[in-house]
Ligand binder design. Structure first.
Ligand code: GAR
Length: 226
């Protein structure tokens, strides 16, 4: 794992989950992660925020909180290799040992996925493998769920692998679809669940309670007294 000791940083800081959040949009999941940290429900820190969109709300949230924020888009680089090298260099600069994709709409390259094996999570606003894959993000997912006439949808937090939206789930939660739902009302209910489960999934990793056995992600019992 690309974790080095840095001058001026205590060992206890480096042992902690140091999360780089990748986000393309408004950043409400980033906000939920930061709130969970503030409230002591997530034992981690967000060491950097990276966005492919200069105007992403997530970058503004990071700046307000004085978290290093980077606009890094593939378009700024001549090829995939040099883009990946820059992303990895930013991640190393901040001793990142974990990545959380929070509404990041770009596929991570195999180089980045391999640099953080089983240390990258994504949140998806449906019950994967349904309503996942290319083009299935944000409101498109909720529109497709309603168009299909689903009675339930939900949230999936999963480990990121080289295949898009196909890594093993860490947490899945159901959300009921109501007859009078619109994509907006459904998205709002799903989002409330996202904001609860993403910090929870990250906390499982922070506590060292995650075992990945092939496609099965086992969450070990909490230590006594928690
Ligand atoms: C969230 O609903 C997240 O699940 C979704 O984008 C939204 C980002 O909102 N992600 C995907 O659809 C990924 N395929 P946010 O910027 O407010 O966190």
């Amino acid at each position: 794992m690309p974790q080095r000791s840095s001058p001026g940083k205590k060992d206890s800081d480096l042992a902690k989950l140091r999360i780089a959040v990748f986000a393309s949009g408004r950043g409400s999941n980033l906000e939920a992660i930061l709130r969970a940290i503030d409230r002591g429900r997530l034992d981690a820190c967000v060491c950097a925020v990276i966005s492919n969109r200069a105007t992403a709300g997530a970058l503004q949230i990071a700046s307000r909180r004085r978290i290093p924020a980077y606009h890094l888009s593939q378009k700024q680089f001549p090829d995939q290799e040099s883009f990946d090298a820059e992303v990895l260099s930013v991640l190393r600069k901040h001793d990142t040992n974990f990545i959380a994709l929070a509404g990041y709409l770009k596929k991570l390259s195999p180089t980045i996925v391999r640099a953080y094996p089983n240390r990258i999570l994504n949140i998806h606003p449906a019950l994967l493998p349904a309503f996942g894959g290319k083009g299935m993000y944000g409101h498109h997912v909720h529109e497709a769920v309603l168009a299909y006439g689903c009675k339930v949808t939900g949230v999936t937090v999963h480990i990121v692998t080289e295949e898009y939206d196909a890594g093993p789930p860490v947490i899945q939660r159901c959300v009921e679809v109501r007859d009078d739902d619109t994509p907006e009302t459904l998205a709002a209910r799903v989002l409330r669940v996202e904001h609860r489960v993403y910090p929870q999934a990250l906390q499982y990793f922070a506590e060292g309670r995650v075992r990945v056995e092939g496609r099965l992600v086992r969450i070990l019992p909490a230590p006594e007294g928690r």
